[in-house]
Design a protein around this ligand. Structure first.
Ligand code: F6R
Length: 612
């Protein structure tokens, strides 16, 4: 999705803006631009469709735009096709104001028509241009940029994070936010605005999270935040703990590959602070044991891969808690008139903490009285701040669009919470609690063992990268894991792929199996291994080629039927998907590599989906 950076400092802004935009490339974009205020030339802007390299070339690495104050943007088209003209920053007709925007201005048509009647000429098809033209219109009337910004914010409807510079204000950058993330950063050589912390991590770790309705004025030496009536607000400065190198490729060909390899460490960091003296500890957990007993419903709500974590937890939590657990897609939950009351626990899982549908679902659950718990990776993100309680995954920055380490840390954190709640409810024996907990602690090592067998996945990918369609089949936890395996494959390799509950094959899907069809059969769930084998036999009888994933102890049996078998270490069944997913991630990665796909930035996808 779109990215914003802004800099007010004591050195040239353009190279810093370009660097910040490059660090947000992973979010997905189709055009980019920067605007800088120069003492000599006033506002100068350069924009271009396509990759950032073009903008680098156009500006000679930023050297063509001089001045220490500027804004930059990567756009993901919503209103108007991706072209130079629709790219941000947008400039007012008189050339004195430049503005970048994330979000959507819903009443832009009505305002645009009014401004056209007033004689304003528009250069683009975007909703954003309305904001800058309206700002220029008010600015002409009142002569104060801040007052004009206030008027614009009152007039527009929708969501926004704005960065604004004006030719008449050589030192100040203005920012405003509503329903679209924006942070302010204190740097040594100047101060920043950014929609994503990775854009400015190289320059600062001290940030302020802007809240909805706030306006900020940023200069090289100060950051002042106000409410919409311009009353100053005292803001807390937060320290970002992320390691800069974690957001860099560090010699790897792709972020996705690096992040797959980082999983053992990521889950270790997520687990370690929560286990003390053989017990799971969540300080001040939002539900007391008494309240837990009265819970009528648990919802797990999320999108995409995070939803697939929920799909696994439906099986594991119902075993651990002996309570019904509903898993909902956030985009469906928000419109489904959900059965939520004060005895409902709604758990929102989101890596970015900014996914619009998940955010809307969280607000809906809160409005209906639920207790809300967020499982989030990005510290200080919107979902993290709005939920009653947040538990962070400690995956570090995830840059590849296709999630791997965030997924794994979400899963392990949910395992820990499930076990913790099962213990509080006494629905799991002390003995099982200890067995599972001890096995959780062995997972990083076992994951490393899975990752040491890269070659198997690589070899199988080299044999199978030419398929047009691939099916994943499995039962129970294997089915839920297959949903994620299939999503990984399709999103980065563009091969059509679906995951089916094996028992459903006979109810229709089996008609798709023909000689040569590749079926990835998941047989890591021991309780249903014999059934999984029957399904393998069934698809083989129709000519399918079968690549099986199973555990070491079942490998021999699987090898007798499947064409190829990859095995992962055995672990408690509840935890098995944490290991089973590794070969599926690797297979997807190597298939995409063979097909020459843009692995870290798959077509049409964005890292954080902040529109509906
Ligand atoms: C797939 C993927 C997406 C995200 C989904 C939710 O690899 O990354 O399906 O899982 O867009 O994003 P978050 O977790 O940021 O809410």
């Amino acid at each position: 999705m779109c990215g914003i950076i802004g800099f007010a400092g004591r050195e040239e802004a353009a190279p810093i803006l370009l660097d910040g935009l490059a660090r947000m490339e992973y979010r997905g974009y189709d055009s980019a631009g920067i605007a800088v205020r120069s003492n000599q030339w006033g506002l100068q802007a350069k924009k271009s469709r396509g990759r950032l390299e073009r903008l680098y070339e156009l500006t000679h690495g930023g050297k063509d735009l001089d001045g220490p104050l500027g804004i930059g943007h990567t756009r993901w088209a919503t209103h108007g096709e991706p072209n130079d003209c629709n790219a941000h920053p947008h400039i007012s007709e008189d050339g004195r104001i430049a503005l970048v925007h994330n979000g959507i201005i819903e009443n832009y048509m009505e305002i645009k028509e009014k401004l056209i009647r007033e004689g304003v000429r528009f250069a683009s098809e975007t909703d954003t241009e309305v904001a800058v033209q309206l700002l220029a219109y008010y600015y002409k009337q009142c002569g104060s940029m801040l007052e004009a910004v206030g008027k614009v914010l009152h007039r527009i409807e929708g969501s926004y994070a704005f960065g604004i510079i004006c030719a008449d204000y050589p030192n100040a950058l203005i920012a405003a936010r509503k329903d679209s993330p924006l942070i302010l950063g204190f740097g040594e050589k100047g101060n920043f605005i950014a929609s994503d912390v990775t854009a400015i991590l190289k320059y600062t770790r001290d940030v302020i999270y802007m809240e909805d309705g706030e306006i900020a004025v940023i200069t090289a030496d100060s950051i002042d935040v106000f409410d919409q009536e311009f009353t100053p607000i005292e803001k807390k400065v937060n320290k970002i703990e992320w390691d800069v190198s974690a957001a860099e490729k560090g010699g790897y060909a792709h972020f996705m590959f690096k992040e797959i390899l980082e999983q053992p460490e990521a889950i270790r960091k997520t687990i370690a602070p929560r286990i003390r003296d053989g017990k799971i500890i969540f300080d001040n957990f939002l539900i007391t044991p008494e309240e837990l007993k009265n819970l009528s419903r648990i919802y797990i709500i999320a999108c995409g891969s995070a939803y697939h974590v929920g799909a696994i937890c439906k099986y594991t939590w119902e075993k651990l808690l002996r309570r019904p657990v509903e898993v909902c897609l956030a985009s469906e939950f928000r419109y489904s008139d959900p059965l939520v009351d004060k005895n409902t626990l709604a758990i929102i899982i989101s890596q970015s903490g900014e996914t619009l549908d998940s955010m809307a679902a969280l607000r809906e659950a809160k409005r209906l009285g639920a207790r809300t718990l967020a499982i989030v990776n990005v510290v200080g993100s919107s979902i993290a701040r709005e939920a009653d309680q947040v538990l962070y995954t400690w995956a570090g920055p995830e840059i590849a669009v296709a999630t791997t380490k965030a997924y794994s840390t979400q899963l392990i954190l949910m395992d820990l919470i499930g076990l913790y709640l099962g213990d509080l409810l006494n629905t799991i024996s002390k003995e099982d609690y200890q067995i599972i907990l001890r096995q959780i602690e062995t997972l990083p090592e076992k994951m490393r063992a899975c990752l040491s067998k890269l070659d198997d996945a690589q070899y199988l990918a080299s044999r199978h990268f030419n398929h047009n369609s691939i099916f994943f089949i499995g039962r129970n936890l294997d089915y839920a894991m297959g949903l994620e395996g299939s999503l990984k494959l399709k999103e980065i390799s563009y091969i059509h792929s679906e995951a089916y509950a094996s028992g459903e094959l006979k109810h229709g899907t089996i008609s798709l199996i023909e000689p040569g069809t590749l079926v990835i059969a998941l047989g890591t769930y021991h309780a249903l291994f014999d059934k999984a084998m029957s399904n393998v036999v069934e698809v083989k009888a129709r000519g399918a080629e079968v690549l099986a994933i199973t555990t070491e102890s079942y490998r021999e049996r699987m090898e007798k039927i499947a064409d190829d078998t990859i095995s992962v270490p055995d672990v408690h069944p509840i935890l098995q998907p944490s290991l089973g997913i590794i070969p599926l991630q690797l297979f997807a990665y190597y298939v995409a590599l063979q097909r020459g796909c843009d692995i870290d930035k798959p077509r049409n996808l964005a890292k954080s989906v902040t529109v509906e």
